[in-house]
Design a protein around this ligand. Sequence first.
Ligand SMILES: Nc1ncnc2c1ncn2[C@@H]1O[C@H](COP(=O)(O)OP(=O)(O)OP(=O)(O)O)[C@@H](O)[C@H]1O
Ligand SMILES: [Mg+2]
Length: 259
Amino acid sequence: MITDDIVIKTEGLTKIFQKGKKREVIALDSVDIEISRGEVFGLIGTNGAGKTTLIRVLVGLLTPTEGKAYVLGKDVTEDIDFIRQRVGLLPQEAGIYDRLTARENLIYYGGLYGIPEEDLNKRADTLLEIVGLKDKEDYQVKGFSGGMKRKVLVARALVIEPEILFLDEPTTAIDTLGARIVRNLLKKLSSEQKRTVILTTHDLNEVKELCDRVGILNEGKLIAVGKPSELEEKFRAANLEEVFTGLVTGEGVYGGAEP
Ligand SMILES: Nc1ncnc2c1ncn2[C@@H]1O[C@H](COP(=O)(O)OP(=O)(O)OP(=O)(O)O)[C@@H](O)[C@H]1O
Ligand SMILES: [Mg+2]
């Protein structure tokens, strides 16, 4: 693997949240990960496993407690402006401008990145068409359904044409057809434009279909990484669900292979 092609790298990345005087939560526990340019990398794990925390650290919204995180070769604690200019984020929650229309959400967000309005208008046309919101583009987002808002956020993350896309549950709340469109769009971005996509999901079929590699987080620890098919083979499991369930429950995978 060529070092230049590694766009995300963490070393012993740890994030601890202090809850009150004595209690603390180790949301990320010594995570070592490397992600290459053009990969679609899936992060899976039960609720509270640390997926959102990892994304938030990588885009500079949280500072690591210990360890290192590099994005595009830059340390997230030192060069976050450089990084922010080049990555797109679809947050798990909120982030949408309710009073703006679907189209204005894209144009305003892109404007923050200094992208000329002419380019933004073209990109907005294409993206709104792709996610199926072209006929609703001039409606205020506050009247949108949950899935429609999610589609606006997907388009918004893409409008800046980022080198790296962080998508925290991009297809949650999106209907079957919409989810397929989003998956196809992400696949195309990765294969045709070599964009890197890091996404979280609770849909293991989605991982199988979309992700080149997957990382399983459990209580802040990265307990397995690999191609979905490799993990199934390694653990002699019938499917990814079996791998996942066996590992996170600690019951082991039915096939019985050692990790
Ligand atoms: N800002 C915060 N302050 C305190 N604790 C936090 C904060 N953010 C996350 N946590 C804790 O860190 C742990 C990891 O949370 P995180 O949101 O990363 O999980 P997740 O894997 O994204 O879960 P989900 O699948 O529910 O989205 C949880 O125990 C959570 O309560
Ligand atoms: Mg989350």
